[in-house]
Design a protein around this ligand. Structure first.
Ligand code: PLP
Length: 458
């Protein structure tokens, strides 16, 4: 990004004026963390906001500014921030001790709920994050099949471990990301996310494919959707050739519907990875799926079958405080219409954003599905209008790219106007978002487009 991005922008000046305490903390953070951040997507120029408190759909920064929040704890907070039932459950669990180093009843209840809600879940193994869950899922697929290779789809995100690092925003052609062992990259086949024929042909001809992992609503919660029939065809060909089908439902689980995307689409994978909402806003993750696949983690079953057991430890697996939060969240999700309400707010917000785009005559589109919104910012300056927008008219890499620097400035402009969106740009909606929030967001978006146009960004 050019240097004058920071110095010659009214948006940046307004942001700096509004957030002096965040600026002070960011200066200290830069002496402590690489780039001053603890997660890559929290990186923002000139600095990100420092949040002190969050409640429902809103959060407040260190300068006392209030924001409508569409980050939602990176998607974990379907119920909104500090839901009273979750706060109560966590406080109670904490009083009873935060780590027993032993089995406990909360983990049993948590897993029972998962097995009741998620169609493929016959057995569960808890992890501490979604990244750990996808790593374990790939190992399970290899152990189960005795094969080596994994198919992944370009632009799909599965965390940051070595098998899933290439091909999200770069390294699409087999290049090895820095710090990763080339053998790992060679055994992960990156495929176009829209070409079911190529995937089918590969599975039919390569007898070394252990598993296929994918985000079932498409990359980044639907930014790059799958064409109709893709998941059905994939289910069929993987079943036919004994390839383990892994739905990565770390984002979509308990959000698209109480049973995740697999329940919504009526397509049951062999195993699924879960995270985020599963632990009610606390750290947590899981692999759930067919007994015969998770048996590779089972002492008795592997002995009976004469197979080597997969080792799996993890100090914070099924931590009681996380379990308590997870149980409280899943009970609410299973017994109420929170998923439907968040999905309906998503549809309404996309419509409101598109109304603003049309009113301003900007060649962008808001799109997406369920409780997400994605903003197509038209990096190749095509003739685009929200009424005629179809993501399948664009290459998947184009859907995932933006004019240089634009998402950063849009995000700053929205923050100046009291709304925090994700930097791709887009966001996730919670069941706590109200009509007033959606209205405030549309107004903030309108004001942000005005100032971006004035600065020649659009
Ligand atoms: C689809 C998907 N899989 C896996 C992960 C990794 O989860 P975690 O951040 O808990 O490691 C994420 C995180 O955003 C995700 O969106």
């Amino acid at each position: 990004m050019p240097d004058d991005f920071l110095s010659n922008s009214a948006i940046v000046a307004a942001y700096r004026e509004k957030t002096p305490e965040s600026a002070r903390l960011a200066k200290a953070a830069r002496q402590l963390f690489p780039s001053g951040v603890t997660h890559d997507v929290r990186y923002l120029k000139p600095y990100g906001i420092y949040v002190e408190r969050a409640q429902g759909s809103r959060k407040w920064d260190a300068d006392g500014n209030e924001y409508v929040d569409y980050i939602g704890g990176h998607g974990a907070m379907l119920l909104g921030h500090s839901h009273p039932k979750i706060v109560e459950a966590v406080n109670h669990a904490m009083e009873n001790g935060s780590h027993f180093g032993a089995n406990h009843g909360l983990e049993v209840r948590w897993a029972e709920l998962i097995c009741e809600m998620v169609p493929c879940a016959e057995r569960v193994r808890f992890t501490s994050s979604g990244t750990e869950a996808t790593l374990l899922a790939l190992r399970l697929a290899r152990a189960h099949t005795g094969r080596k290779k994994i198919i992944r789809f370009k632009t799909h995100f599965h965390g940051w471990h070595d098998h899933v690092t290439a091909g999200i925003t770069s390294h699409f052609a087999g290049e090895v990301p820095t710090g990763v062992i080339p053998d790992i990259v060679e055994n992960v086949v990156l495929m176009a996310p829209w070409d079911i024929e190529a995937v089918t042909t590969l599975i039919e001809n390569d007898k070394d494919i252990a598993g296929v992992i994918l985000e079932p609503t498409g990359a980044t919660f639907g930014m790059v959707p799958f064409p109709a029939g893709f998941l059905e065809a994939l289910r069929e060909v993987t079943a036919e050739h004994g390839v383990v089908l892994i739905f990565d439902e770390v984002v979509t689980g308990f959000r698209v519907s109480p049973g995740g995307a697999q329940a919504h689409f009526g397509i049951t994978p062999d195993i699924t990875t879960l995270g985020k909402i599963i632990a009610g806003g606390m750290p947590g993750g899981a692999v759930a799926g067919a007994t015969e696949i998770l048996e590779a983690l089972d002492f008795d079953a592997t002995e009976r079958l004469g197979r080597e057991k997969i080792q799996h430890q993890g100090t914070f697996n099924a931590n009681p405080v996380c379990c308590a939060a997870g149980i409280a969240a899943l009970e609410i999700i299973a017994n109420s219409d929170v998923c439907e309400r968040a999905n309906a707010s998503g549809a309404e917000l996309r419509q409101r954003l598109n109304d603003v785009i049309i009113e301003k005559g900007v060649p962008w589109a808001a799109y997406g599905a369920f409780s997400s919104f994605q903003l197509f910012t038209n990096p190749q300056n095509r003739d685009v209008s929200p009424e005629a927008f179809d993501p399948f008219d664009f290459d998947y890499l184009e859907l995932k790219s933006n004019p240089v620097g634009l998402p950063n400035k849009l995000r700053l402009a929205m923050l100046v106007n009291g709304v925090d969106i994700s930097g791709w740009p887009g966001g996730t909606i919670t069941a706590a978002h109200t009509q007033e929030d959606l209205e405030k967001t549309a107004q903030a978006f309108s004001a942000s487009l005005d100032v971006l146009m004035r600065e020649g960004e659009i």
